[in-house]
Design a protein around this ligand. Structure first.
Ligand code: PLP
Length: 407
């Protein structure tokens, strides 16, 4: 078996080139034609192939093969965005009266999506998933799924990822892991025994902030024959494929948030250098976090690579000395946050993360604005807190930019 980057670089070629093209071509066709009606019918009845582009194209399939390789999984379905991928998982696998245990440390939009699920009659319990006992204590007879992020956006909490995996395996619960922030390069979700792994392809995997996408990968570890919510029509063939079939039919075909071939091509081109970019971004983030944590105008730096981070040891054990590219930086209360940000020359004032460029956002004023001051205070989010997504620039430039703007 080849290494991570070799297998991604040669994936298209090994799956069969078209006219020798080393990239899978961008297929714009909305429909796919057949000479024999028997073949058309066969694709509708489950034979691998293409019919209508809402359910995928050869270009999205080539990207799916790459994500499957990265995650060391069995199969992948792509979506228009990461949120579409998460929506498809929750809405196609949970029913009214089911119970979901979720980490409380998750992306704000995912948190909002869980509210929608509750409106539809799904019970949701939010727990501090850094502590396995809290996850176990939330178990109910109707619990179907446990959801966590590998590295939490934006707080960088690290749940007890392998402990939860072992427990879910014992309990035969579906473990869904959002691997966006650490990426399969730091660790594939399968290593934590996740059944399904979700990735926002808009972030590190695409990496260039020029396309949106999302993916759901079935690791092959979960026994779908024990999962009650699979429709009879998808209970044929090996149980290993049932879950993703339902996600693809109900989540992609029926809900229609399909990744375009054009975006799939751009994400696939970006994905070729994931290991190089992610390695550099992690190194930059660690150097920046160390430089800032000693700065007299910085109150606190929250980054898993720093020894004072509550899950620093866990990060070492699970991710082997890489800590991702996201950090929270709180400036001293007497520093004018907006004046500081307006003086920056290199950092881009923008939301998003996992871009090649370093990005910065004042969290209380943006992603946590809707919550109001009381809830923010409860969550420990001060008005002077920044979310910093570190890119692949020359690290001296990043440190210098921070320092000159603070001076
Ligand atoms: C950004 C993000 C998403 C959503 O991805 P989009 O492609 O922007 O829809 C989901 N989960 C996490 C952890 C994210 O950071």
């Amino acid at each position: 078996m080849n290494g991570f980057t070799t297998s991604i670089l040669h994936s298209d070629r090994r799956l069969g080139t078209e006219s020798g093209s080393v990239h899978k071509p961008i297929h714009p066709s909305a429909q796919y034609a057949f000479n024999q009606v028997e073949d058309l019918v066969a694709v509708f009845q489950g034979r691998p192939g293409f019919s209508y582009a809402r359910q995928g194209t050869p270009t999205t399939a080539a990207l799916e093969a790459k994500i499957t390789q990265m995650e060391e999984g069995a199969n992948t379905v792509t979506f228009a965005t990461g949120m579409a991928a998460l929506s498809a998982v929750f809405l196609t696998l949970l029913r009214k009266g089911d119970h979901l245990i979720s980490s409380q440390y998750i992306f704000g939009n995912t948190n909002s999506l869980l509210g929608t699920l509750q409106n539809l009659g799904v019970e949701v319990t939010l727990v501090d998933a850094t502590d396995i006992e809290q996850v176990k204590a939330a178990r109910r007879p109707n619990t179907r799924m446990v959801f966590v992020e590998s590295l939490a956006n934006p707080g960088t909490h690290i749940a007890d990822l392998d402990g939860i995996g072992d427990w879910c395996a014992e309990e035969k619960l579906l473990y869904v892991l959002d691997n966006t922030l650490s990426t399969p390069w730091l660790r594939p979700g399968k290593a934590f025994k996740a059944g399904l792994v979700v990735n926002s392809l808009s972030k590190h995997i695409g990496g260039h902030a020029n396309a949106l996408g999302g993916a759901v990968t079935d690791t092959g570890l979960f026994d779908w024959s024990a999962y009650p919510n699979i429709a009879d029509v998808y209970r044929s063939g090996k149980p290993q494929g049932w879950g993703l079939t339902q996600i693809k039919k109900k989540g992609l075909r029926d809900m229609g948030a399909t990744l375009s071939s054009d975006a799939a091509h751009r994400i696939a081109a970006g994905a070729e250098t994931l290991a190089l970019r992610m390695g550099r971004a992690c190194d930059n983030a660690l150097a920046l976090a160390r430089a800032l944590s000693g700065h007299p105008r910085v109150a606190r730096v929250t980054y898993p690579g720093l020894e004072q981070h509550p899950q620093h040891e866990r990060a070492n054990r699970l991710f082997g000395g890489r800590y991702g590219a996201l950090m929270a930086v709180e400036l001293n209360a007497d520093v004018d946050l907006f004046a500081f940000m307006n003086r920056l020359q290199v950092f881009v004032l923008a939301t998003h993360l996992g871009d090649n460029r370093s990005l910065m956002l004042p969290v209380a004023h943006t992603i946590y604005y809707e919550m109001g001051p009381e809830l923010r205070a409860q969550m420990g989010i001060s008005d002077n807190q920044l979310r910093v997504s570190v890119g692949i620039e020359d690290v001296e430039d990043l440190i210098h930019d921070f320092e000159q703007a603070l001076a």
